[in-house]
Design a protein around this ligand. Structure first.
Ligand SMILES: O=C(O)CCC(=O)C(=O)O
Length: 266
């Protein structure tokens, strides 16, 4: 298990807009159970009796497509166990200095393998999460813990972060489903004096990365021959507030701890 030197991790997170923990920080038994949970949810088996929230991919859809399922932790106990890990909250608190860390939304991500010249739509286009998260007040402290459940090698279509891009403001050029990274990149107005430097997040099962909600990121095809499995666990700290304190859309469940557990502080 990996223990970061917290002050170094925080300084690096603040400078880069992301931080990688490239050694497993989550027990392999928890990971194994979550993999089974992922397969059950993908098959439409909901052990709690509660289905996930409406999603872009549904059981029975094309297995060759990128599978993104919203809030699967409410459908499956092993997934809830994974996203509730205190170690995730502790590390998030270390890199942000937060007093409280809450899971407010979770996305199951299963990127199937493709052949090198196969035409598919499994890329995740360059985007800033904040583009999609307008339900939160400006200045809200929001970040993502991306937990790897499979070996995310350079061939597996790892997430790529653009170093320092969290300091560029909200640029308005984001498309999660954009497939042509080069064309997308040409449209992004990189501020004068800044450079576009991509850093791949290579992670073993149980490894984790954190990224700021303004950090540009995306990912390419999975050429590893095996599924790339992960959960994007979206987190907030005490320095966050829904716009007009409303509950709706992505903030709908933040008062329900059985959906959105507080994983550090209270
Ligand atoms: O899984 C990926 O490649 C991207 C996920 C993502 O956009 C996120 O976690 O915010």
């Amino acid at each position: 298990m990996h223990t970061p030197k917290s002050s170094n991790a925080r300084t690096k997170y603040e400078a880069d807009g992301f931080y990688l923990f490239p050694e497993p920080i989550i027990d392999h038994v928890v990971i194994h159970r979550a993999v089974e949970g992922m397969d059950a949810v993908r098959a439409g088996e909901y052990e709690t009796g509660t289905p996930p929230r409406p999603s872009a991919w549904n059981p029975g859809d094309d297995p060759k497509k990128l599978c993104k399922i919203e809030m699967s932790q409410i459908a499956n106990r092993a997934i809830m166990e994974l996203v509730s890990q205190p170690s995730i909250g502790k590390l998030a608190a270390e890199i942000t200095g937060a007093e409280m860390v809450q899971v407010w939304w979770v996305q199951l991500l299963y990127k199937p393998p493709v052949e090198p010249h196969e035409i598919t739509s499994t890329n995740i286009g360059w985007h800033q999460d904040r583009h999609y998260w307008q339900v939160w007040e400006p200045g809200s402290e929001l970040l993502t813990a991306w937990v790897a459940l499979s070996d995310v090698t350079p061939e597996a279509g790892p997430m790529k972060f653009v170093r320092g891009s969290h300091k560029w403001g909200l640029l308005g050029q984001s498309n999660f489903y954009g497939q042509d990274h080069e064309a997308q990149r040409a449209e992004i107005d990189v501020p004068d004096g800044e450079t576009w430097a991509e850093v791949p997040a290579i992670l073993p099962p149980g490894g984790i990365s954190f990224h700021d909600n303004f950090t540009y990121h995306g990912s390419g095809p999975n050429l590893s021959g095996k599924p790339r499995r992960s959960f994007a666990v979206h987190l907030r700290t005490e320095k966050s507030k829904p716009v007009d304190n409303l509950r709706g859309g992505l903030t709908e469940f933040i008062d329900i701890p059985t959906y959105c557990p507080v994983i550090y502080g209270r």
